[in-house]
Design a protein around this ligand. Structure first.
Ligand code: NDP
Length: 368
């Protein structure tokens, strides 16, 4: 990434406006130095989660919604009124590349179906805007690497919508683990899932979802195992159970997977799209333990440890995430643990989960 100092050096070397327009991301650095200190965000894909993000963002101090990208004109009209968005900041999927000429938008938040993330992030990077992409980062690790490379080349920041990394109970759990309060971690057991409704929705279509439960709620079990241990898995085994082959013709229904870590411990994890009341994170250490449930929803997150209640404030997850990311971009702070690289780490494991299933549960070693 180029620093603001690099940018100033280039300007002082006499690069003019024409050269600047060839470096739209560097132009973004100019906007990030504004006095108003608010990150100006456009949301791409105005579906269920985009509405939750937009509502949460009304509590933000450092980020605000200023634009939309949508394939549905009626939604654009509604959002324009609801969030006071000017016409000039509205785009559809065909016109989105023109966003590069709009100095009033700093960042685009991609909240479209999973298999469109790769294409959409590449488009936003090419337009020279910072980008947040919803989870899962992509369909596979190869795509995630391409997205990271495109953002680096365009000199824009690339984040994943891992809201729990801004959530105080989750952060307290990580703090306790890092402080050694649980002692050596010996086992982790995480589950996430729900019974999915409408059989026609994109989440059940491989071409739009990339996969099933694993691509969706499985990310929470997996990412949770990584933040419970502070280690990266070195091998994976996985099994799929399918009780409804009609509804889950194209994508996985229920997956259990085991992650082997360098210290020798194993995390047992699972996810499903076909039953409810499946949520929880359990961490067992030599000196203590934690049980978090609910652990992955929009909150409130609740947990108990060997010391008693897991104490932390309840916050709006989406507002905290957006203010946290805005603070990093606007104030040149170190990136939180939600960059594209963090998404890639999960994607590498997800690839291994699917490979293990294809190979009847074989142990898949993860290449560094
Ligand atoms: P929705 O189906 O509710 O919304 C997706 C939106 O994407 C649509 O409304 C549409 O918006 C746009 N879109 C563009 N192309 C298509 C297409 N071919 N088919 C369907 N929609 C399309 O999905 P969600 O909002 O629930 O999920 C979107 C993403 O957010 C997913 O990647 C999901 O994993 C993630 N997510 C993350 C959560 C979290 O807690 N971090 C929670 C929920 C979801 P428009 O009409 O404006 O074009």
């Amino acid at each position: 990434m180029h620093s603001r100092r690099d940018f100033l050096q280039k300007v002082s070397l006499g690069l003019g406006a024409a050269a600047l327009s060839a470096f739209p991301a560097i132009a973004n650095e100019l906007t990030s130095n504004r006095q108003d200190k608010q990150l100006r965000v456009a949301i791409m894909g105005l579906g269920g989660y985009a509405n939750i993000v937009a509502k949460g963002m009304q509590e933000c101090k450092m980020a605000k919604i200023v634009g939309v990208i949508s394939g549905t004109p009626s939604k654009i009209e509604t959002w324009k009124k609801q969030y006071d968005i000017p016409d000039k900041n509205t785009y559809n999927y065909e016109t989105v590349s023109q966003i590069k000429n709009n100095p009033d938008i700093d960042l685009v938040y991609v909240i479209t179906p999973n298999s469109l993330h790769h294409k959409h992030v590449l488009q936003i990077a090419a337009a020279g805007k910072h980008v947040i992409c919803e989870k899962p980062v992509a369909d596979n690790a190869k795509q995630a690497r391409e997205m990271i490379a495109a953002c680096e080349k365009a000199n824009v920041k690339f984040y994943i919508g891992y809201r729990l990394h801004f959530e105080p109970h989750t952060l307290e759990l990580i703090r306790m683990r890092e402080a050694g309060e649980f002692g050596k971690i010996m086992h982790v057991n995480n589950y996430a899932g729900f019974k999915i409704g409408d059989p026609t929705q994109w989440r059940l279509k491989k071409s739009l979802a990339g996969g099933g439960a694993m691509m969706d709620v499985g990310v929470y079990s997996l990412n949770g195992a990584r933040y419970c241990t502070g280690e990266e898995p070195i091998w994976v085994t996985a099994q799929e159970s399918k009780t409804d082959p009609v509804k889950f013709k194209e994508v996985d229904e229920t997956i259990t997977f085991q992650l082997g870590f360098p210290s020798g411990i194993i995390a047992n994890c699972g996810c499903t799209y076909n039953f409810n009341h499946v949520e929880g994170l359990k961490l067992m250490g030599e000196k203590g333990w934690a049980e978090v449930n609910p652990a992955f929803g929009y909150g409130p997150i609740r947990g108990t440890t060997h010391k008693g209640k897991l104490e932390a404030p309840d916050v709006n997850h989406q507002a905290n995430q957006m203010d946290g990311i805005a603070d990093c971009i606007l104030n040149n702070k170190p990136d939180p643990n939600v960059t594209g690289h963090e998404g890639l780490k999960d994607m590498v494991v997800i690839d291994a989960v699917y490979e293990s299933i294809r190979k009847n549960g074989a142990k898949i070693f993860i290449n560094k």
